[in-house]
Each structure stands twice: as structure tokens, then as C-alpha cells.
Design a binder for this molecule. Structure first.
Ligand code: DMJ
Length: 639
């Protein structure tokens, strides 16, 4: 109405238009309707907060725009807005699916859910102060009661953890044998060479192509980059390659992007990226590694949304959609993939205070405990829909391998408290001993594969990790069993050494057989390659630490010489296509696990036992050290 006030010297504008009284009335009615409509529209527009600010007092503005930006959200901790609204969590602690842009209704639903949940339902000793605000996303306290408002956010006590370690994590020891030291220094030089070339030609790509001097991205990591950086971090640190470690860390801080959209292997992302980040956090205490690991861990959670909770093998890290590998029989999940999450996921719960990660892997264990095992063996393919086996193929090599490894390491990582894992391991090993362990005509012990009751007398390079695993698990068995398992571990490691010793390059093939007169040699052309794999030196390292038999160091040194002779090229290390020729061709690929595992295990083979001591650490399947937890992890789950 103000606009219609008669201005001095001017006729009112209805009058100026020469309207009569009824027309004036109609005109005013129309005009006031129009104004109401325009004013109302300001509040209906999708992002009307800027307009609202013009019309509403400041305090009400902040509260009305509950989907405010991060900056306004943190500013909102000012006391004025708290009086008449549910407390908004600080921006940094928002559940990720309730981002600043998320619709207000969703955010309010989450807050209501958190309020309804009351105090955290599952709390671990110490401080589990977050309320779970949905699948894997911690929701901070909502301010429903004054007591909750004063709670500090969950914080892992890194200093306390470091004090709990029984041994220093790295460094040479005074008075050591000069030859051992020189060999260790040689391996350090190899690591520097591998890293420097990756950095020069492929930094930010997943692997180095050392012949063509460029980078390789591949399709295993769903758009994530820098697999070699993440895999190399802890090795660089342990070897005291300080400058190189800083280069790698800088890349993580500046360039490691988790907002990617692509199809990733749940297993590979977990063992390489999450394992590498967790290990580096525990070694250095640098927050960046922890926060990246937790963020990535959350991105993997949707893969577990299946009828049984057994995750599917492939996940789109952007959309969260997941599916099974096309090659896996009838949409099944793979034992070695869903069975190789336990160590990392317990640590994600440990560091975040959020039990969701631990719950996911404990559920996998429940499903596996329930399902009937043919002859006590675990087949490699399981349906995530029914929870039943899909095919009766059993292997301690590819498709099965690290499932067994994670059973015994779960027990070790729990400071030997997780007796369920130990029993599962003992039972599985007993079935393996009974049905799969064989001796060749030439006296070599090997572990065959099993296809619905028929034995395939073949061992993959991957299966050679089992020497180390069996030795590691033997320690706490009863006297008779301990000796039997140590003998078995030594015999298998010896067989794997034979697979190297019988080749022209002194490097082992991808698979070797014990049939048709063959002993520990590849019989098929397609199995003659070596791609810088670690499993054989991994077993040497464990057997050395547990027996101190000098032959393991000797065998390790043979591998170093063979790598230098056949795999070192001008710009890095490369796999070879045929171990049975002294002039092998190269596959032009420096695998990231060469830096994570092969060189790390070789280096540790020539270190004193207290460098990354087995008392304090377990190595994940990519050789990333995770600390033994001196509290009971199961408390975080409260079954
Ligand atoms: C590594 O990525 C891991 O050791 C995994 O468990 C299987 N094998 C490769 C290296 O050979």
C-alpha cells in the first residue's frame, strides 16, 4: 500500500489513470494479489536463502536454511541460533550423504533418527561417543541433552598407541654383521630406483611402465590413482628413504582424489589403498593418512548391501552400486576377496569409533560359520544372495589364499584373544592337511587344488605365501602340532624355492605342477611368467624370523640377484614373460606390490627381528603392517 501513497504534486495513479470507484477497487485488489504472489514466490524458489536474508532477521535466516553451506554451518556454532533449533553438527562432522546440498528433510530425518537412538547403543571401552547416523556414517551428538552437547568427538589416542609398542619400528642395530647390512642397503637402493623411476615417469598413475617410460592406470581401482604411491608409502618410511617418503606424502595431500566414479575391486582397494593408508598412519601418526583411509572405507560400505551381507566384488566408488565379477560363477562372491577385509575393517572401527566396519566383517564370519563345508574345506565361490557355495573349487592359491591368512592374522592381531578366528583357522588347516597336502615322487611337499573331490596337482605362485602363514600359526599350537606345522611350513617353502631354483632365471613361474613327470615346474606356456610377485620371499622372511636358519637369507639373496639380472631395466623393474630362458622378454609393468611387498619382505629379511617386530605388527596381505591391538577388538562390536 505504501507505493500507492499520493505523492505531493502528483495525482494518485489510479486517479491519474482516470478510473472510477469500482474500477479503482478492482485494480487495487488485483495489485495486492500480484504483490502477495511475488513475495511468496521468493520463498518457494529452490535456493531462496539469499532473498530470505533480505527479509528475515539474521538468526532466523541461519535456521531457515538448514542446507546452508559449510562456511555458514560452522559459523552457526554461534550461540544465537542454537536456542530455537536442533543443534547443527559442525560441517566437518556432517554425515556425508547429508552434504550441505542435501535436502533439508533428509537432514532432519537423520537428526531425528539420531535423537531417537538415544545414547550410543554400542559402546566400546574408552570412548565410542558417536551415534551412528545411517549406513556407516557417524552422526555427531545432536544436542538433545546438555550432557551430550559437552562430549568431545571420538579421538584415537595415537600417543598412547605408540607407547604400547614393544619395539622400535625401524632402524639398524649396533654391532650387526656388515654383509647383512650391505645386503639390506642394496635392497634399499632397489627401492629407491623403483620409486624414482615411478616418480619421474608415472607419478599419479597406478603403475610404471618401465620400458615405454610412462604410466599405467588399469581398471582395478575404480578411478582411484596413485596405487604405487599408496603401496610404497610404508616401505619408503621403514627404509628411511625420508625425502622419497615426503614426496609420496605430498602427493597424497595434494593430489589423491577420492571423489571418483568408476568400477573398483573391493578387495584390491581394501588391501592396497586402505591397508597402505592405515599402516602409514600407524607408523607416522600423520592425520592425512587416517582421514583418507576412513573416507575410502565408507565408500566401500554399500557393497555389503546384499541379502546375506556378503559383499559383492565390484563397486562403483561414486554411485555405491555394486555387482559380482562377470567371470565369477553365477554372480558369486570370491572367498579370497570377501574373506580379506577383516584386519583393515577392524582398524577402521578402531580409528573412527564407528562399529559399522567391524560389524560388516563379523557378519561375514557368521555366514561362513553357518554354511556347511564339504569335507571341512572352504570352496572359493559363495552366493551373496543365498549364502551357499556356488562351486566346489578349493584352493590355497588364487581365489582362496588370503582368506586363510586373515583367519590366523585376526587371531594374532587381537593379541590372541579372537579364539573363534583361531578355531576356524585350525579346522581349515586340518582339512587342508588331510585332503590337499601331497608329496611328489621326488619328495617335494605341495598343496594341491580340489575340484569337487578331484585333485589338481598344481601350485600357483600365490600359494607360496602359505609356508609363512603356517609357520606363523604354528607357534601357539600344542607341541606335536607345532612341530608338524613348522615342518610343513618349511617343506612348502622349500618346494617354492625349488620352483625358483629349477628355472633358468632363478625366478619362479606363475604356477608349477606335479604331474606327467614334472616336479615344481610350469608345464604350460601360459604359466611361465613372473610378475615381480612377493609370496616366495614373504615365506622366506617369516621362516627366517621364526627359525633363524641362514638358508632363508641365502635364498632371499638369490632372488635379489635374479631381480637385478633379469627384471631391472633402464627405468625401473619389469616382470618377465618366461622364467625358463636366460634372455626373457619383459612385460613392461612395475607392479605396485613389488614396492609394497617384494622389496619390503626382502629388506626385512636382512633386518634385525625387532624392526616391525611380529610381536607388535601383523602384515596385511599386501604387506602393510597393522598393529596388534592390545584391547579386544570384539568389544567394538558387542555381539
Ligand atoms: C598382492 O596384491 C597380494 O599379496 C594379494 O593377496 C595377492 N597377490 C598379490 C601379489 O602377488
Amino acid at each position: 500500500m505504501v507505493v500507492l501513497r499520493k505523492l505531493p504534486g502528483m495525482p494518485g495513479w489510479p486517479a491519474a489513470l482516470g478510473l472510477r470507484l469500482p474500477q479503482k477497487f478492482l485494480f487495487l485488489l488485483f495489485l495486492s494479489g500480484l504483490l502477495t504472489l511475488c513475495f511468496g514466490a521468493l520463498f518457494l524458489l529452490p535456493d531462496s536463502s539469499r532473498f530470505k536474508r533480505l527479509f528475515l532477521p539474521r538468526r532466523a535466516t541461519a535456521s531457515a536454511s538448514s542446507s546452508s553451506s559449510a562456511s555458514s554451518s560452522s559459523a552457526s556454532s554461534s550461540s544465537t541460533r542454537d536456542t530455537d533449533l536442533p543443534r547443527s553438527p559442525p560441517a566437518a562432522a556432517e554425515p556425508r550423504h547429508a552434504s550441505p546440498a542435501a535436502p533439508r528433510r533428509l537432514r532432519e530425518k537423520l537428526r531425528t533418527a539420531a535423537r531417537m537412538a538415544g545414547p550410543p547403543a554400542r559402546t566400546a571401552p574408552g570412548a565410542r561417543q558417536q551415534v551412528q547416523g545411517g549406513e556407516g556414517r557417524p552422526e555427531p551428538a545432536t544436542g538433545a541433552t546438555p550432557a551430550r552437547e559437552t562430549r568431545a568427538p571420538f579421538r584415537f589416542d595415537y600417543e598412547r598407541f605408540r607407547r604400547s609398542l614393544r619395539h622400535p619400528v625401524r632402524g639398524g642395530r649396533p654391532g650387526e654383521d656388515p654383509e647383512t647390512r650391505a645386503r639390506r642397503m642394496k635392497i634399499k637402493e632397489m627401492m629407491k630406483f623403483a620409486w624414482d623411476n615411478y616418480k619421474q615417469y608415472a607419478l599419479g598413475k597406478n603403475e610404471l611402465r618401465p620400458l615405454t617410460k610412462n604410466g599405467h592406470i588399469g581398471n582395478m581401482f575404480g578411478g582411484l590413482r596413485g596405487a604405487t604411491v599408496i603401496d610404497a608409502l610404508d616401505t619408503l618410511y621403514i627404509m628411511e628413504l625420508e625425502e622419497e617418503f615426503q614426496e609420496a606424502k605430498k602427493w597424497v595431500e595434494k593430489s589423491f582424489d577420492l571423489n571418483v566414479n568408476g568400477e573398483a575391486s573391493l578387495f584390491e582397494v581394501n588391501i592396497r589403498y586402505i591397508g597402505g593408508l592405515l599402516a602409514t598412519y600407524y607408523l607416522t601418526g600423520e592425520e592425512v593418512f587416517k582421514s583418507k583411509a576412513l573416507e575410502l572405507g565408507e565408500k566401500l560400505l554399500p557393497a555389503f548391501n546384499t541379502p546375506t551381507g556378503i559383499p559383492r566384488g565390484v563397486i562403483n566408488l561414486g554411485s555405491g552400486m555394486s555387482w559380482s565379477w562377470g567371470w565369477a560363477s553365477a554372480g558369486s562372491s570370491i572367498l579370497a576377496e570377501f574373506g580379506t577385509l577383516h584386519l583393515e575393517f577392524l582398524h577402521l572401527s578402531e580409528l573412527s569409533g564407528n562399529p559399522v566396519f567391524a560389524e560388516k566383517v563379523m557378519n561375514i564370519r557368521r555366514v561362513l560359520n553357518r554354511v556347511e563345508k564339504p569335507q571341512g574345506l572352504y570352496p572359493n565361490f559363495l552366493s551373496p544372495v543365498t549364502g551357499n557355495w556356488v562351486q566346489h573349487h578349493v584352493s590355497i592359491g588364487g581365489l582362496g589364499d588370503s582368506f586363510y591368512e586373515y583367519l590366523i592374522k585376526s587371531w594374532l592381531m587381537s593379541d590372541k584373544k579372537d579364539l573363534e578366528a583361531k578355531k576356524m583357522y585350525d579346522d581349515a588347516l586340518e582339512a587342508i592337511e588331510k585332503h590337499l597336502v601331497k608329496k611328489s615322487a621326488g619328495g617335494l611337499t605341495y598343496i594341491a587344488e580340489w575340484r569337487g573331490g578331484i585333485l589338481d596337482h598344481k601350485m600357483g605362485h600365490l600359494a607360496c605365501f602359505s609356508g609363512g602363514m603356517i609357520a606363523l600359526g604354528a607357534e601357539d599350537a600344542g607341541e606335536e602340532r607345532r612341530q608338524r606345522h613348522m615342518d610343513l611350513a618349511a617343506e612348502i617353502t622349500n618346494t617354492c624355492h625349488e620352483s625358483y631354483a629349477r628355472s633358468d632365471t632363478k625366478l619362479g613361474p606363475e604356477a608349477f605342477r606335479f604331474d606327467a613327470g614334472s616336479e615344481a615346474m610350469a608345464t604350460r606356456l601360459s604359466e611361465r611368467y613372473y610378475i615381480l610377485r612377493p609370496e616366495v620371499v614373504e615365506s622366506y622372511m617369516y621362516l627366517w624370523r621364526l627359525t633363524h636358519d641362514p638358508k632363508y637369507r641365502q635364498w632371499g639373496w638369490e632372488v635379489v640377484k635374479a631381480l637385478e639380472k633379469h627384471c631391472r631395466v633402464e627405468a625401473g623393474f619389469s616382470g618377465i614373460r618366461d622364467v625358463y630362458t636366460t634372455t626373457p622378454t619383459h612385460d613392461n609393468m612395475q607392479q605396485s606390490f613389488f614396492l609394497a611387498e617384494t622389496l619390503k619382505y626382502l629388506y626385512l629379511l636382512f633386518c634385525e627381528d625387532d624392526v616391525l617386530s611380529l610381536d607388535d605388527w601383523v602384515f596385511n596381505t599386501e604387506a602393510h603392517p597393522l598393529p596388534v591391538n592390545h584391547t579386544n577388538f570384539k568389544a567394538a562390536v558387542q555381539q
